[in-house]
Write a protein of this length. Structure first.
Length: 222
């Protein structure tokens, strides 16, 4: 036997405070549930359907692995670094993300196309969080410690553009705005290193053309 109660307002017997269901009972809403004001739901929401408005509070816990936000910068102009250049920022190849949670992981993806002017040399790139190098190799005497490199000698000694990609998962342990960027180092004797173009930068329809350098930051719940 089922019963129906029709009311406009339900209040606590004291006139204020919470209205609670007895232990072991569930509230089933077949239609639309409108919640106004600050409300606390405990025990989880089953078959919630679509939440059409409102803001999820900072105390909400997302399942591990959920992507919470994504920020990307696409650098479409070119960059040139001369020979014998120490690690220096690639202008415009940076992205800033403000993590929602202190324990979140930040996955960084980078990709660029470039060329080292003189063969038998390589240009070295490294990922930075602010002023700290991250995702770099171990020390080996005075050898460069980088995240990835491009080597024009890979094409058999001829000048050629190379596309390189790199990704790294960081643990910044902060909810403050955090900037990630890419730096390049060019050895003495390598000539110029170009990002987004090659040495000739031919503007004809036959190329070689220009290409974007992209850096993406994704916050992942833990």
């Amino acid at each position: 036997m089922s019963s129906k109660i029709k009311v406009d307002t339900i209040e606590n017997v004291a006139g204020s405070g919470n209205v609670s269901l007895g232990s072991g009972h569930n509230l089933v809403v077949p239609g639309t549930l409108n919640i106004t004001g600050a409300s606390t739901l405990t025990g989880g929401i089953a078959n919630a359907g679509t939440i059409t408005a409102g803001t999820i509070g900072s105390s909400v816990v997302f399942p591990a692995g959920c992507i919470l936000q994504t920020v990307q910068t696409a650098k479409t102009d070119t960059f040139t670094a001369g020979g014998n250049t120490p690690f220096t920022d690639i202008t415009g190849m940076s992205v800033t993300i403000t993590p929602k949670y202190n324990n979140s992981k930040i996955m960084i993806y980078t990709t660029l196309t470039g060329e080292v002017q003189n063969n038998t040399y390589a240009a070295h790139f490294r990922l930075m969080r602010g002023s700290t190098a991250i995702g770099i190799g171990d020390a080996n005497s005075s050898a460069p410690r980088g995240s990835f490199h491009i080597d024009s000698y890979a094409s058999g000694g001829s000048l050629a553009m190379i596309t390189a990609s790199f990704h790294f998962m960081d643990s910044p342990a902060t909810t403050s705005a955090t900037t990630y960027k890419v730096q390049v180092q060019v050895p003495n004797g390598a000539g110029n290193t170009y990002v987004g173009r090659n040495h000739s930068d031919n503007s004809s329809s036959g190329g070689p053309g220009r290409y974007p350098a992209i850096i993406t930051a994704m916050e992942i719940a833990q």
